[in-house]
Design a protein around this ligand. Structure first.
Ligand SMILES: [Zn+2]
Length: 398
């Protein structure tokens, strides 16, 4: 083998390393990289023969160095970061605003300044007046999925922010709360919100691309959970659903490029809608069978005493101006300390507890979703919680 052949072989191996890194950083298979080439410094020994401890260390350093350089180069080109939402305020996806603050949160759109807003899934259902919020906390919890339109998520952005469509959400489906192990029944586990977003990105060079973005999990995690399920199970069905969605977006992206070349650009948001509605239906279906497996974990949560006790204590202590009536859902909402909110049925049954940010409570107040309770209504409510079987026989923690 001549020196050129040997060098060519080394370069080809390096190219594969870099390409694999780029695909982990967000490029899809077969997609043209917005960055043509990388400069990578190499340390080459002139002494030793064969693989030594030093050369293994150098190999390890090289792999990490390539990953870091690919990441930086793609970020510089405005590339897409899987699992994150672009923050127009920082003009970055890797700032702290690009990911949810907790696993039960989903993306709620951008605030006027361009910062992504995250909302607890249960609060999102409450805010939309979706009566299925109870099902999240039922003894046999169900997974609820909702489709959200891109124009609503983009709706609050001011002026020119995001107008260049460097990152646009054409729509998303948020599903929750799904078992963290995707219903494999491996024991009590946290439940998370899973969000599938249809994203349009535009690189600095002008290339546009449709992608599926996953918030709350990664395809690797889903694939790992699906292994050993023998082609069945929620994780495997979810994995197939994600692959199918990716394929359909690839096709749509190609059709969009053809239409644009012919001067008749497609309304991509409208084109993505059937896929989103399909994902919404299928996500609920995928986890319908997984529901009963999570029952025990949730029962423990509810019977563990704490949530209901806290709710009762907060409800008893709340002054009348902290008691609200939810007109749409016909429930009483207790605004407790530290952003806690507790939902009760009018007959005093504790439905659920949430934690609201101050801004969220403010916004709901402003929309008159929650009106203050009148004096007599507050008296009735206090009597109801004192008499409800939930409260009877419970010690009153002080
Ligand atoms: Zn930011």
């Amino acid at each position: 083998m001549g020196p050129q052949d040997r060098a060519a072989r080394v370069l080809e191996d390096l190219r594969i390393l870099a390409r694999e890194s780029a695909e982990r950083a967000g490029l899809t298979r077969g997609e043209r990289s917005p960055v043509e080439a990388l400069v990578v410094p190499l340390v080459v020994s002139l002494d030793r023969d064969g693989v030594s401890r030093g050369s293994l260390r150098e190999a390890d350093r090289l792999v990490r160095d390539i990953a870091a350089r690919v990441d930086e180069a793609l970020r510089g080109a405005g590339a897409f970061h899987p699992g994150r939402v672009h923050c127009f305020q920082c003009d970055a996806s890797d700032c702290p605003h690009g990911v949810p603050g907790s696993p039960t949160e989903t993306f709620a759109g951008w605030v006027a300044t361009g910062k992504p807003e995250w909302i607890d899934f249960a609060n999102l259902l409450l805010e939309r007046g979706d009566p299925r919020v109870d099902r999240l906390y039922a003894p046999s919890p169900e997974v609820v999925a909702i489709a959200m339109r891109g124009r609503d998520l983009h709706g609050r952005l001011l002026g020119a922010i995001g107008r260049d469509r460097s990152f646009a959400v054409l729509g998303q489906v948020a599903a929750g709360l799904i078992p963290g192990d995707f219903g494999a029944g491996r024991g009590p586990e946290a439940r998370v919100a899973l969000t599938l977003q249809v994203i349009e990105t535009r690189f600095a060079g002008g290339g546009r691309r449709l992608r599926l973005n996953l918030l709350g999990t990664t395809l690797d995690e889903v694939s790992a959970a699906s292994e050993g399920g023998g082609g069945r199970g929620s994780a495997e069905r979810l994995r197939r659903l994600i692959i199918l969605a990716r394929e359909r977006l690839d096709l749509l992206g190609r059709a969009a490029a053809v239409a644009e070349r012919r001067g008749r650009p497609l309304d991509l948001e409208a084109q993505a809608e059937p896929l989103l509605l399909h994902l919404r239906t299928e996500l609920e279906r995928v986890f319908r069978d997984a529901g009963h497996r999570t029952r025990h974990a949730v029962e423990r949560h509810l019977d563990g005493g704490r949530p209901t006790d806290t709710a009762l204590v907060d409800a008893r202590r709340a002054p009348v101006e902290r008691l609200r009536y939810d007109e749409q859902r016909k429930t009483v909402v207790v605004l407790g300390p530290r952003g806690r909110a507790h939902v009760f049925s009018p007959d005093g049954r504790h439905v659920t507890s949430l934690s609201l940010g101050p801004a969220e409570a403010e916004r709901k107040g402003g929309q008159h979703r929650w009106r203050p309770l009148t004096g007599p209504e507050a008296d009735d409510f206090r009597k109801a919680i004192a008499e409800h079987p939930c409260a009877k026989g419970r010690p009153i923690p002080s």
